[in-house]
Design a protein around this ligand. Structure first.
Ligand code: ATP
Length: 899
């Protein structure tokens, strides 16, 4: 069983805990984990680090148990279930991933399916959360191990299907409530995923949301908050004790339903996710949970170290055994092979158990090297005894060195074997040449004997023919002409004389026969002896014929082998040619591959530079975008100002027109006033004239009055002034006064009118001046505004142009970006294809090397066999030759005997 421990801190952060690398530090204590996730970590991150690797191993017959624990309100449920969309928790992400893989397998024609079970453990009682009222389930021993008896399994077809089932399970879970519904029921919640290939379980994983953390049962705040009864406390404490015991490799499975129901999963792999909250009120509880996890991790790592040590020792032993091995026996090799296999199995089934992934790979690599060495020792001749320095060199822990040394040695050996093989082939060729020439000689001799026998046979036949002809001729004698008869007679005569000669010869021969008969008699005894010898020889002859037969078969075998050998040689030549061609091809391809790799590197560099360029272009685009944005904002602003200015201009124009019309009016008014002025002036002049005349009149009147006054004075100065005069004087006085008043009034009126006119004129002049001034300023302002408007319009146009240019540049850059990305993808595909091709070729080469090795081995064996057969053939030939000599001897004896 292997253990991985992760920690997740939920928001909000309080600063009590400091999370750095894989360590959490708080108030002088630090705790190490496989990974630590801070408050900002996403649900996806948690899934990718903790669960995804497990699911990838699920399809290679592996199991795992993912335990979520931590103080109350620390985020266990959130991590397991989560919310919607990107907040979805581990179980939904797991279901999605497994369903995707199962679908792919289904498309490949495999009957794979995902089955899910959900149950809870409350006070050690197991309830199926997929079936209403299914409570108090027991345990049963199954083929795969202990399982919950009667627990329902549901085949999941889609993620919606899964959601429905989980929703259903939570609905059932809710039915288990405490008297106060606000209080939480502290139960262990379990979801298991099993992948089946139709019948058989391929792999399974279980998620367990534990009822709080291990000291929930001791924490008074938790007890109080959740109103934990003593039974609840005991069962939680028991389950946590059992869990920590089994994780520490104590076989206390039966101590709790939690451990027993999850035995198969826990035995394979345990992933602990500790959820934490930095809420100060939970600090004590959080610290306890951290310590608990640390203890588990420490125990596990010390055990791992022990296992690692023992494995290392075992491998070391095998390594030294192999180094010492000069020959390999079956049992010896088998035990080593079994040990290596066991180590490999252990590492494969428990990745991470014997250390980090790199350490595991190292182990596996070493195992492979050792296995290869073992195989080589089994199949190849033993290594020569090495010198002490070489021995010390090879004692280095670097196994690759041994491998290369051995490879070099084997190559040398192979070369020497090849040269040996070549010289043997040459020898065999020489010997086969000799055998062939001897065979030729034998055949020639056989042919000679045959020729001689044929001539004898032919001569016999001619004699026979002649005799037949004689008989024929004699039978056909009558119809034949005399000459012919004569001729024939002559011939007959000749023949008869010849016959008589022959008879004479026969007689002489008979004589000599008699002599020989005598000799024969003499030698008959010798003959008997010889006959005995002959019978013996005959026996030997039979043997000889047997040997001849054997020789024949051996020759046949030899020629067969020769033929095979020729075929092999030609096929070997062909194969070598093929090999060299392939090697050339491979070389070409490897060169091509190298070129491609360099091209690839260049492409990668190019891609990198492209990426950099792209990034800088992106940055440029971004900055330009920003600028464009700013510009568009300023354009908008300007447009606003322009609009405002235009509005202002419009307003000003309107005002100007109004002013103009006002001006016009003023002008009219001015003209009117001027007219009025003139009129007034005229009137004034008239009034002045009138006044003058009036003043003249007045003067006259005054003169008259004065005259009259003086007259009156004269008259009135006396006492006898008549009352009428007095009256008239009074009247005159009054009149005078009136005149004075009138004069004064007139004066006043005149000055007033003059002042009035003057003022009015001044006012009008001022107004006119003002209007003129105003008109001037307004015209000036208008021209300024108009020039401003023009400038702004020009700027606007420029900005619009710039904007258009920027947009086209942006489009171009994004097009370039797209092209570059497409190119990058294409290059990636090309590189992948080439790598694939190279791999195929390398495989082919490896296969060929394998074939070549096999071929050389079989060939060597064949040569060995041929050598044996040849030796045998040589022995047989010498024996045959001896037999031939004996036969010849017998023949000679027989001739002698016959003679
Ligand atoms: N990582 C997180 N991000 C945002 N909110 C979170 C996170 N973890 C937990 N929460 C919120 O905190 C609250 C408590 O979380 P949750 O119910 O998952 O805790 P719990 O450990 O299951 O509690 P209990 O043991 O009492 O059931 C919930 O409202 C949840 O949404």
């Amino acid at each position: 069983m292997s253990l991985q421990v992760f920690c997740r801190m939920r928001p909000p952060s309080s600063g009590t805990f400091s999370l750095r690398n894989n360590t959490i530090t708080t108030k002088g204590n630090s705790f190490e984990f496989n990974s630590v996730f801070n408050e900002n970590s996403s649900q996806k991150e948690i899934f990718d680090y903790t669960t995804d690797p497990i699911i990838n191993n699920l399809f290679t017959n592996q199991s795992a148990c993912i335990l979520l624990f931590g103080p109350s309100e620390s985020g266990k449920t959130y991590t397991l279930r989560g919310g919607e969309g990107k907040n979805k928790g581990l179980i939904y992400r797991t279901a999605e991933k497994i369903l995707n893989i199962v679908d792919i397998q289904k498309n490949n024609g495999k009957a794979w399916e995902l089955r899910v079970s959900v149950f809870q453990i409350y006070q050690d009682i197991i309830s199926d959360l997929m079936v209403f009222g299914s409570r108090g389930l027991g345990m049963v021993e199954k083929e795969q191990g202990v399982a919950v008896d009667g627990l329902s399994e549901h085949v999941i077809g889609s993620i919606t299907d899964f959601r429905t089932h989980i929703h259903h399970a939570f609905q059932i879970r809710k039915t288990l409530v405490k008297p106060d519904p606000k209080l939480k029921v502290k139960s262990h919640f379990v979801v298991t995923f099993g992948v089946f290939d139709g019948i058989r379980l391929i792999g399974n994983v279980g998620f367990v949301e534990l009822a709080g953390s291990e000291n929930a049962s001791n924490d008074q705040s938790v007890i109080k908050a959740n109103c934990l009864s003593s039974d609840e406390k005991k069962s939680i404490a028991r389950s946590f004790n059992a869990l920590s015991a089994v994780i520490n490799h104590q076989p206390l499975w039966k101590e709790s339903s939690l451990t027993l129901s999850l035995k198969n999963l826990i035995e394979s792999k345990v992933v602990l996710i500790l959820t934490l909250s930095s809420i100060p009120s939970l600090f004590k509880h959080t610290l306890a949970s951290l310590k608990f996890t640390q203890r588990l991790r420490d125990n596990q790592s010390s055990r791992t170290q022990k296992v690692q040590l023992s494995l290392k020792e075992e491998l070391q032993m095998i390594r030294s055994d192999l180094k010492e091995a000069k020959f390999v026996t079956g049992d010896w090799a088998e035990t080593r092979e079994n040990a290596i296999e066991r180590i490999e199995e252990l590492i494969k089934n428990n990745p991470g158990f014997v250390g980090s992934p790199a350490e595991c790979d190292e182990f596996l690599m070493e195992c492979q090297i050792l296995r290869k060495q073992l195989q080589m020792l089994k199949t190849k001749p033993p290594l020569p005894i090495r010198s002490e320095s070489a021995r010390r060199r090879s004692a280095s822990p670097v196994c690759e060195d041994i491998g290369t040394e051995r490879d070099i040695f084997l190559n040398q050996k192979m070369l020497s074997l090849q040269t040996m093989n070549d010289s043997q082939i040459r020898k065999i060729e020489e010997m086969t040449g000799q055998i062939a020439s001897r065979d030729q000689e034998i055949i020639l001799l056989h042919n000679k004997i045959n020729d001689l026998e044929r001539t004898v046979y032919e001569k016999d036949r001619t004699v026979q023919k002649l005799e037949n002809k004689i008989v024929e001729t004699t039978s056909n004698l009558v119809p034949v002409e005399k000459e012919i008869i004569h001729e024939l007679k002559q011939k007959l005569k000749n023949k008869t004389s010849a016959l008589s000669d022959m008879e004479k010869q026969l007689i002489s021969r008979n004589n000599s026969y008699n002599e020989i008969k005598f000799k024969y008699d003499v030698e008959s005894s010798a003959k008997k002896k010889i006959e005995d010898e002959y019978s013996q020889m005959r026996k030997k002859n039979i043997d000889l014929s047997d040997l001849e037969k054997q020789l024949l078969t051996a020759n046949n075998n030899l020629s067969e082998l020769r033929f095979k050998y020729d075929v092999e040689v030609s096929s070997r030549k062909k194969y070598e040619e093929e090999c060299s061609q392939l090697r050339k091809k491979v070389e070409e391809l490897s060169q091509k591959a190298m070129a491609l790799e360099s091209k690839n590197m260049i492409i990668a560099q190019k891609l990198e530079t492209n990426d950099e360029e792209l990034n800088s272009a992106k940055q440029e685009i971004d900055s330009r975008k920003f600028k464009a944005h700013q510009l568009s904002a300023s354009i908008k602003e300007m447009e606003g100002t322009i609009n405002l200015s235009a509005e202002e201009v419009r307003r000003m124009k309107y005002e100007m027109s109004q002013l103009r019309s006002e001006n016009q009016m003023f002008r009219i008014e001015k003209d009117n006033l001027f007219q009025e002025n003139c009129e007034l002036r005229d009137e004034n002049n008239m009034v002045k004239d009138e006044l003058k005349s009036l003043s003249a009149q007045l003067e006259d009147t005054n003169q008259y009055i004065r005259e009259k006054e003086s007259a009156l004075q004269g008259l009135s100065s006396g006492d006898n002034c008549p009352p009428i005069v007095k009256k008239k004087n009074k009247k005159i006085k009054l009149l005078k006064e009136n005149i004075n008043v009138l004069q004064q009034q007139l004066k006043d009126c005149q000055t007033l009118a003059e002042e009035e006119i003057k003022r009015a004129l001044e006012e009008r002049d001022q107004a006119l001046n003002e209007i003129e001034e105003c008109k001037g300023t307004q015209i000036h302002e208008l021209s300024i505004v108009e020039s401003q408007v023009e400038i702004i319009e020009e700027q606007l146009m420029k900005l619009k142009d710039q904007n258009a240019k920027l947009t086209t540049r942006e489009n171009e850059l994004s097009r370039e970006l797209r092209n570059a990305e497409n190119g990058k993808e294409k290059y990636k595909d090309m590189v992948l294809e080439l790598k694939e091709e190279i791999k195929v070729l390398q495989d082919q080469l490896a296969e060929m090397d394998e074939f070549a090795k096999e071929y050389i081995d079989t060939h060597r064996k064949d040569i060995k066999d041929m050598k044996i057969t040849e030796e045998k053939a040589l022995v047989l030939k010498s024996r045959i030759r001896a037999m031939h000599d004996v036969k010849n001897m017998i023949q000679a004896h027989r001739v002698q005997l016959n003679n």
